[in-house]
Design a protein around this ligand. Structure first.
Ligand code: PHE
Length: 453
């Protein structure tokens, strides 16, 4: 072990890794899911629990994933196989890799459907710019989209195609330009929307909703959702960061530093999205609570319609959001693809990527149909898409993270860890290790158990 390169290729620089990992973290999770989760789970209290989960649970596990990847240099399953072989530990730990790959496939299946919505909205605004109809009743427009299995499947397929294109070529090539220029553009656009929010006069109220906790809103379920959101947003618990870590050069790259940079950017984008959306929601007299998965699609178009060049904003916003979703979905597909490549041979990369994407696409049809034809089907009080989201996102990711924490904290040899984190001062390294050994696993366990009982 301890290879210096991966057979799947390497990031050309430290910056490239930061871009790729930030590209993975920042996506629909920040801009679509965070606002609607906040809206559905009572506002401020949810946000504070989410932030605490990022800092106490997410960040230490982020370091752990990247470190394991950089040490093993293979797809998660084979990296873990190598690690347990070298250390003579139980093969059961390889299950982390399997959980990750299955969770990734399940998540990508609905992620791509939602990313399809954003593509559709970008298209609607493009048409509007070219003289087409305006979105005057966003609620109706959204309902109309969800009612059409054909439209949904088309955009879902298109998005999956874009994703597989990059993964089939090898991740680095396609990614660099997308992340380096387009992600900052999205950031600027969000800032502009926050500024717009200030002009509505509702920023104060929005901030109160976002940051003033009402602890009576909190129950076991809210904790579960906040923790699931923290994992989802940081792309943790399913070995995406582990896979990206496998392509990270050893020289001159401090894992804690890049990890903190990624987590800070990710959290900032989520909070900005909240600060952009809630003033708009409030100023149009909508209820900030209970917005559901349609929240950004039913609220933002109201603001775009009120602006003088709203269609340009709409096109840019949904176009760039699609790009952000794209750089995330690439990282959802890569772990399974890398594993298939290792199993069936390096020359089969295109085939490996295509078959995995095909599987995700087909599974995605379940989500598509759950929005219309099968909308009556209920599993544990959720529709099919909500159920897949619950299992993969809120249960499998924390479970994967819990196991990664325990594995890194208790099973991996101290010298292996120290070697990967050589830049860390001793006290910080020890604190990190105890967070992984005790604090993070306990918190995750308590939340999982409380929510399940
Ligand atoms: N973090 C991504 C987002 O916020 C989603 C994702 C989850 C990507 C898990 C990879 C792994 O949109």
């Amino acid at each position: 072990m301890d290879k210096t390169t991966s057979i799947h290729g390497m990031w050309s620089s430290r910056l490239m890794f930061i871009l790729a990992a930030t590209g993975s973290a920042v996506g629909l999770g920040n801009i679509w899911r965070f606002p609607y989760m906040t809206s559905d789970n009572g506002g401020g209290a949810f946000v504070l629990v989410y932030l605490a989960c990022i800092a106490i649970v997410g960040l230490p596990i982020l370091f752990a994933e990247v470190l394991i990847g950089r040490h093993g240099r293979m797809s998660p399953i084979n990296t873990l196989r190598g690690l347990v072989r070298d250390s003579g530990k139980s093969r059961g730990w390889v299950g982390i890799g399997w959980i990750g790959i299955v969770a990734g496939i399940l998540i990508l299946s609905f992620y791509s459907v939602v990313a399809g919505w954003t593509l559709h909205y970008a298209w609607l605004y493009l048409k509007q710019l070219l003289g087409g109809a305006h979105i005057t009743d966003p609620g109706a427009t959204f309902t109309e989209l969800l009612a059409s299995p054909f439209e949904l499947t088309f955009w879902h397929a298109l998005f999956m195609l874009l994703t597989v294109l990059v993964v089939a070529m090898g991740v680095e090539k396609g990614l660099e330009r997308a992340v380096r220029f387009l992600m900052p553009a999205l950031f600027v656009l969000l800032l502009a929307l926050v500024a717009y929010g200030v002009t509505t006069g509702y920023m104060g109220q929005a901030m109160a909703f976002l940051f003033k906790p009402d602890w009576s809103e909190i129950d076991g379920n809210v904790f579960l959702r906040a923790m699931g959101q923290a994992f989802f947003s940081l792309s943790l618990g399913m070995c995406a960061m582990m896979t990206y870590g496998a392509y990270l050069p050893r020289e001159g790259v401090s894992i804690p530093r890049v990890g903190i940079a990624v987590a800070l950017t990710d959290t900032t984008v989520a909070l900005l999205a909240g600060m952009a959306i809630f003033p708009i929601v409030l100023s149009f007299g909508l209820d900030p609570a209970g917005g559901g998965p349609g929240l950004i699609f039913t609220s933002l178009p109201l603001a775009f319609e009120a602006m003088s060049i709203g269609a340009v904003y709409g096109l840019l916003f949904f176009g760039l959001l699609s790009v952000a979703a794209w750089t995330s979905s690439i990282s959802l597909l890569e772990p399974a693809t890398a594993f298939m490549v290792e199993k069936f041979g390096i020359k089969r990369r295109k085939l490996a990527a295509l078959s995995m994407a095909g599987l995700c696409w087909a599974l995605g049809l379940l989500s598509v149909l759950s929005l219309n034809v099968w909308s009556g089907v209920r599993i544990f009080d959720r529709d099919i898409m909500g159920f897949i989201e619950l299992i993969a996102n809120d249960l499998m990711l924390p479970l994967g993270g819990l196991l990664i924490a325990l594995f890194t904290g208790w099973v991996l040899n101290r010298t292996v860890l120290r070697e990967q984190l050589s830049e860390m001062p001793e006290w910080l390294f020890n604190a990190w290790r105890w967070l992984l050994r005790v604090v993070a696993p306990l918190l995750v366990l308590v939340v999982l158990v409380r929510a399940l009982l």
